[in-house]
Ligand binder design. Structure first.
Ligand code: GTP
Length: 244
């Protein structure tokens, strides 16, 4: 069997990824499907950490746009990520995986508090660690939380799951000539203003040399393909910019 390219990964899922065909909340079938793909990767001996967004339940930015105080709205969004994390924990444990949820906002009755060294120890023991409640701070996205946690646990790579193949030269839905980037330097992400992640997450990744793979989660088996180092999605990092 092919050896995995990465030993420790941080997988970032959007909250919307859990919705499936629903318009809101969590579709249990979709959740189980993603959990089984995480298990396939874990079965290769890869250490897996997860960060899940909360947009399927509540988006801080949308709340603020409707007149809510931005901080309050963001805290609600952080709580939404906790709900998603507990759902994913349940789905993974149904498949026999050991898991730990660590929350950036202390709520000890339902999750461990985030403790970096403990998280690393859990990963070394083969547990899937799910980081909940973002960074614990308003004004930071879950992409930024994912980049931060990936660096803290010294992940080899951050995998950002999306609904499209990777990063394109322009919006592939609107532009039939849009080309997929096979690889992309962080500097180009910033200079070309490509919507890969928000600027805070991108600059954090760039300053600390964190490789990022943006890939399509809706194609079954893609997490495994990325981890095996197959040509899937777009690799962002200290690499030359190349289109397909
Ligand atoms: P090791 O001792 O390193 O193997 O890790 P462990 O997580 O198994 O040990 P620990 O005794 O810390 O935890 C035992 C169980 O209690 C695990 O399921 C943890 O997730 C859970 N746990 C630990 N601390 C907390 C906490 O602060 N809040 C909640 N809700 N659960 C916790």
């Amino acid at each position: 069997m092919t050896q995995p390219k990465y030993k420790r990964i941080l997988l970032k899922l959007s909250g919307e990824a859990l919705m499936g065909e629903e318009k809101y909340g969590i579709d249990t079938g979709t959740l189980a499907q993603i959990a089984s793909e995480v298990k396939e990767v874990h079965d290769l001996g890869v250490e897996v950490a997860l960060v899940i967004g909360g947009g399927n339940i509540f988006r801080g930015v949308s709340g603020a746009a409707k007149g809510m105080d931005r901080s309050s709205a963001d805290y609600m969004g952080m709580l939404a990520t906790v709900i998603n994390s507990l759902a994913m924990q349940d789905a993974l444990e149904k498949l026999g995986l050991e898991t730990r949820v660590q929350s950036a906002i202390e709520m000890r009755e339902i999750a461990e508090p985030y403790i970096r060294r403990k998280a690393i120890r859990h990963l070394e023991k083969g547990r899937v660690v799910i980081f909940a409640a973002g960074t614990g701070n308003p004004y930071f996205t879950t992409d930024t939380a994912a980049a931060l946690r990936a660096m803290e646990i010294r992940a080899d790579v951050m995998l950002k799951a999306t609904k499209v193949e990777g990063v394109f030269t322009s919006d592939p839905v609107k532009d039939p000539n849009a080309k997929l980037y096979r690889s992309l330097s962080y500097m180009d992400v910033l200079q070309k203003e490509l919507k890969v992640m928000d600027a805070t997450a991108v600059s954090l990744g760039m300053d600390n040399g964190l490789p990022l793979v943006v890939f399509d989660l809706t194609t079954r088996g893609n997490i495994l393909r990325v981890v095996r180092g197959e040509n899937v999605g777009t690799l962002v990092g200290c690499v030359p910019t190349v289109t397909v």
